[in-house]
Design a protein around this ligand. Structure first.
Ligand code: SF4
Length: 337
């Protein structure tokens, strides 16, 4: 299964990934450096329970809140579903997110999601359940209402738009023809730079879109080739001026700040499209790298992009929305409906 709107590069032909022992050491490193949670994404993590369950256990033991996102295919058979919920709960899972929209339900039945909801209730709501859907055109509203009724008070629902990245970028025209709304160009600081992603081949990326761009993209921070390089990668992720700028003034603000031609008039959909295909265009990338290699520019940007207290909880924050500093937790919670 390779959904046409998926921002991820994973699928049946993707690499099997590093050995479990490597992943476990990586998770322990995350915990030891102060990360608070970890999300496992796919493809579909439940296709690899022999990796998923030990990783959830390792994260839990190390003090990280483990979560993962699923298409719910494993709910088709009720007894498998009951067993899976128990295994996930025993491993220490904190949040299960289900993707429910007509692009997924083309492959996964409504009954599968309902089975998960019933198993979840009968297990005594052992973790938090979230549903992700698509803003404005959610044809699965009735199904979601039914699930909410089964899990009353133990479920939260989020909606977002399809971002034209990864396979969704390749298929944007087809998605639009099918009536899907692809967001118009906008520019805002990017909070996703707070959440690094490591792919199955051990490459570390600035954000979840990185793996769709390949290893030569500026979004690829380096290759881990063992957990030894962990601290170096972390330092690049949070301290490289170029990445500080993306999370503070956004890709367009950064182009303007640096006087790089912005290509105004070109049509881009969403801030990620702008970032990936304009900011990091083949013409701009060498210029950006040269600018950021300049020590004076780096120093002045470092001063400009110091962390600030979150306006909601006071925690250290690296990210602004409409001029307001928010930490990642308060940002995510602000979207709950
Ligand atoms: S704006 Fe750029 S850095 Fe942020 S998520 Fe999109 S592609 Fe990644």
């Amino acid at each position: 299964m390779e959904c046409i709107h998926c921002g991820s590069s994973s699928g049946p032909n993707a690499s099997k990934g590093p050995p479990l022992a490597w992943c476990e050491r990586f998770v322990e490193k995350l915990a030891s450096r102060g990360f608070r949670d970890m999300e496992i994404i796919g493809g579909e993590p439940m296709h690899r329970p022999e990796v998923l369950l030990p990783l959830i256990r390792t994260a839990t033991t190390a003090g990280l809140a483990a979560r993962f996102t699923s298409n719910g295919f494993w709910g088709e058979n009720r007894s498998v579903c009951d067993r899976s919920i128990k295994q996930l709960s025993d491993a220490g899972l904190k949040i299960l997110s289900l993707s429910i929209d007509k692009l997924h339900t083309a492959n996964v039945s409504h009954q599968s999601f309902l089975n998960i909801a019933h198993s979840f209730r009968e297990a005594g709501f052992p973790f938090a359940l979230r549903i992700y859907g698509f803003e404005g055109e959610w044809e699965e509203v009735d199904l979601v209402k039914e699930i909410k009724a089964v899990c009353a008070g133990h479920i939260s629902v989020f909606t977002s738009r399809i971002l034209p990245i990864g396979r969704a970028h390749e298929n944007a025209a087809r998605l639009k023809l099918d009536g899907w709304e692809i967001p118009e160009e906008d520019n805002h600081p990017c909070h996703s730079v707070l959440f690094p992603v490591v792919d199955a081949d051990q490459y570390w990326y600035l954000c979840a879109n990185g793996p769709t761009q390949g290893h030569n993209s500026p979004l690829c921070i380096g290759k881990m080739s063992g957990p030894d390089k962990f601290d170096e990668m972390l330092d690049r992720q949070y301290h490289y001026p170029i990445f500080r700028a993306i999370r503070t003034i956004g890709p367009l603000g950064m182009l303007e700040l640096l006087g790089v031609p912005t290509g105004v008039g070109e049509k881009h959909n969403s801030v990620c499209d702008l970032c990936l295909h304009r900011l990091f265009s083949p013409n701009n990338t060498p210029r950006l790298r040269a600018l950021f290699a300049d020590e004076d520019i780096s120093k002045s940007l470092s001063r400009h992009f110091q962390s600030q207290p979150c306006s909601m909880c006071g925690a250290s924050s690296w990210w602004q929305r409409s001029g307001e500093w928010l930490c990642s937790d308060c940002y995510l919670n602000s979207f709950e409906i």
